[in-house]
Design a binder for this molecule. Structure first.
Ligand SMILES: [Zn+2]
Length: 99
């Protein structure tokens, strides 16, 4: 939904949610440069949606580390991904009415 992006831009969120999602793995791994990392942290502080997403992402990473001898069932991985998408993307559900 464009208006959500516009709203967040109006609120002064530096990198957009899409950017955050795109570079989330790098952010968690600390692979971003200092400036970008700071911008992402700023975004997380201001954007509950991405903050929650990051939280879920980290939990998922922790989970995979704890059970690295056991493969995660595809079903669970898909369920987690679906949950993450749902909790993060407002647009998908709302946009389906017209199709
Ligand atoms: Zn965000």
């Amino acid at each position: 939904m464009k208006f959500i992006t516009a709203l967040k831009t109006a609120l002064g969120v530096a990198p957009g949610c899409e950017k955050v999602n795109e570079f989330l793995a790098e952010f968690v791994e600390g692979a971003l440069d200092e400036k970008m990392h700071a911008q992402f942290e700023e975004h997380m502080n201001m954007c509950k949606c991405c903050d929650h997403y990051l939280d879920q992402y980290r939990q998922t990473i922790d989970m995979t580390k704890e059970v690295d001898e056991v493969a995660i069932p595809t079903e669970l991985a898909e369920h987690t991904l679906a949950f993450l998408r749902k909790s993060n993307a407002f647009s998908q559900d709302q946009g389906s009415a017209t199709s």
